[in-house]
Design a protein around this ligand. Structure first.
Ligand code: NAP
Length: 280
């Protein structure tokens, strides 16, 4: 019977741990805040922001939302960002993606102070993370690594195949697996013979954005499946209905990587707050 890597339960445990850590900060009279910037009215993005704000409140960190109109310019966002960078009580800042094409997303992510980059998307954080230094990591990639670590799935020496190479997910999780001594293959839309490559993996990470894209027959018996996909209708990127049974462990969709991603954003926010207020 395959083990379910239950991200929902794990995220609740982590929230409880974080709540205790935040209490130690507020007990000293500090009030850490998490700033979330969102542009436009994309329904899914607004839902994610609401979930992040609710979770932030639950652990005792006050969320502040900056909701910009679709027509906002990069400069206007940067002006707000500058104020947030200078506000001592704002310990974490994130920009909800996706954002409209006319906005210079890289410029904004790179203008977040690395010490407040709790979603781990600026180039400095990415570079440090890639080098294996202490740095904030992209929350979804960190979510995957935390699931593997907390469930004590062996990474060292294992063959990991990551499908997807986005800056927020596929690429960083590949580097993090490599830093933990896996032998990593990164696949993408130009990869030739994907099923054969996936069939050699001890750990498969699917980050494609296509519902049920990874088929059961590609999965080696006993492999660990991490399905980061989240598509319409609560469906992942792996055909879990059929693939789960030949795996040794898998993340369900929903209830796997998704809830843990928010927990990781919060964990990095608490780390930033501890550094700011407790000199940790
Ligand atoms: P993305 O930016 O669209 O990247 C998708 C990646 O998949 C790209 O690298 C692309 O290759 C690759 N790809 C596309 N078609 C392929 C094919 N036929 N064969 C092999 N590779 C292929 O997506 P993303 O932002 O990384 O997100 C991936 C998935 O994770 C989505 O389902 C998304 O909803 C989910 N997600 C979940 C969370 C969460 O918290 N649960 C957070 C973020 C994302 P190229 O680079 O060659 O184009």
């Amino acid at each position: 019977m395959a083990q379910i890597l239950d991200g929902k339960t794990l995220s609740k445990e982590i929230e409880a741990e974080l709540t205790e850590r935040v209490k130690k900060i507020t007990a000293k009279g500090h009030s850490p805040k998490l700033a979330i910037m969102i542009v436009g009215n994309d329904y899914a993005s607004q839902t994610y922001v609401k979930m992040k704000m609710n979770a932030s409140r639950r652990i005792g960190v006050e969320p502040i939302e900056f909701h910009f109109d679709e027509t906002v310019t990069t400069e206007q966002i940067l002006k707000t960002l500058k104020e947030l960078n200078n506000d001592k009580n704002v310990v974490g800042i994130m920009l909800q993606h996706p954002i409209p094409k006319h906005i210079d997303e890289r410029k904004i992510d790179d203008s977040i102070l690395p010490s407040k980059d709790v979603d781990g998307l600026n180039s400095a954080s990415f570079g440090a993370m890639a080098l294996g230094l202490t740095a904030f990591a992209p929350a979804t990639a960190l979510s995957i690594m935390t699931i593997l670590r907390r469930y004590k799935i062996q990474i060292e020496g294992k063959k990991a195949v990551v499908i997807g190479r986005s800056a927020i997910l596929g690429k960083p999780v590949s580097l993090m697996l490599l830093n933990d001594n896996a032998t990593v293959t990164i696949c993408h839309s130009k990869t030739v013979n994907l099923p054969e490559i996936v069939s050699q993996a001890d750990i498969v990470v699917a980050a494609v954005g296509k519902p049920k894209f990874v088929k059961a027959e590609w999965i080696k018996k006993g492999a660990v499946i991490i399905d980061a996909g989240y598509n319409e209708g609560n469906v992942g990127d792996v055909d879990l209905e059929h693939a789960a049974e030949s795996s040794s462990a898998y993340t369900p969709v929903p209830g796997g990587v998704g809830p843990m991603t928010i927990a990781m954003l919060l964990e990095q926010t608490v780390i930033a707050a501890e550094k700011e207020f407790l000199n940790k």
